[in-house]
Design a binder for this molecule. Structure first.
Ligand code: ZN
Length: 71
């Protein structure tokens, strides 16, 4: 087993914002929701674009979660 926990898992938003990955679905969901709202305001996203951004962030979170499971 390799010990490479020196880098914290980060979810990178399309705007470059870094969301810290937490292995708690509820906390992660809230963080994504919060950033999606801020992002939507900043970039004047439509409802549809905001939903697609959320989907994107959620899928990034799942990818990280699977990566962690495989380690
Ligand atoms: Zn963003």
């Amino acid at each position: 087993m390799t010990d490479d926990c020196d880098s914290l898992p980060i979810i990178l938003c399309r705007c470059g914002f870094e969301l810290l990955f937490v292995p708690d679905v509820q906390v992660m969901g809230q963080a994504i929701e919060k950033h999606a709202l801020e992002h939507a305001k900043k970039y004047r996203l439509t409802q549809e674009q905001t939903e697609s951004l959320k989907d994107y962030l959620v899928s990034q979170a799942f990818k990280l979660a699977f990566k962690k499971l495989k380690q």
